[in-house]
Design a protein around this ligand. Sequence first.
Ligand code: PLP
Length: 413
Amino acid sequence: MAVVQNVLEPATVRAHFPALDQRVHGHPLIYLDSAATAQRPNAVLDAVRDFYERDNANVHRGLYELSRRATESFEAAREVVARFVGAAEPAELVWTRGTTEAINLVALTWGWANLREGDEIVVTMLEHHSNLVPWQLVAQRTGAKLRRVDIDDEGRLRLDQLDELLGERTRLVAVGHVSNALGTINPVREIVERAKAVGAKVLVDGAQGAPHHKVDVQALGCDFYALSGHKMGAPMGIGALWARRELLEEMPPWQGGGEMIETVELEHSTWAAVPHKFEAGTPNVAGAVGMAAAAEYIESLGYDAIAAHERALVRYGLERLSAVEGLRLFGPEDPEERTAVFSFALEGVHPHDVATILDAEGIAVRAGHHCTQPLMRRLGVPATTRASCWVYNTTDELDRLAEGLEAARRIFA
Ligand code: PLP
């Protein structure tokens, strides 16, 4: 039983993830980099292996058994992931390589078709480069302008400033569900309400949302939701864009090739129905199958149990890490406003040295700008060290992290 009375049972959950069962530099691995990519549960590894062992064939238009099975698995996976995010129908779910590709798809199709000189795109100080650079590119080409919502000293979005920025020129608000660098959970529902009041569309970067929270795109009220499989236990190279059907219908295709067409002449073509219009070329079928298995695995643990586990880790981590001398933690102080992502600076020790010292103890953390350079500048640091947790992490591991940091301080003292 992985879940007992709505609480994750750590030993059982950990046993689902074979990669965790190894020693690194002579120490048991402590994996604290799930915001970069999560480890994969057996349910996903088995699903991918089963697909390649039994059903592997190219999808759609195949008239033989394996191709039929592969197509069925691919479209069944779409149904699972569509349900996982609360889509009204599977056709609203476009497979992509991940969040980055999903956002670029929206920028290059909806953005190009709808943005004009003087239009405004509102982003935030917390955005990952994936939810900033695509908008810069489309702004440069269309004459639209980027506006940015700042954060307060705890790394929470300044909604008062959002109100000032929103206006009749706002066409789109692009906001992350959860900050990968600070763990801040953004009030997306509230942001959507305010954006809708001025008639703007809302794109949610859900890369860090989907692994932790029940995503319900209908309840959020957004127009686009982007997610990555590998952050939620699925293989790399698969992800999805959810968008309301009427938007997908209006959006022009972006990549041309096989699969996305209905008829092809020399000079022009007509397009396949959504979502296939956006899926040129051979798709990552095994990835889609793996992403569906990951979604079902998360659901089998249960969102209440995941939330309770994360809250316990957040509370414990905030308290334990605050006790490390010379450690400055970034992000909201209120555990309810953040996920179990701990971004920090250790006085006198460069973040890369912190990560290297921890690695020698078998502790995997990330050091750098976390693809959020504007945010790092806002915080006044070149980089932070980040420890990020998921369903398999324990408070014991956070103790080991804190001890490793104390040792690092002693080395550099
Ligand atoms: N957005 C956020 C908030 C992220 O954390 C990441 C990955 O770190 C991305 C977007 C990009 O995701 P991917 O590299 O899977 O496309």
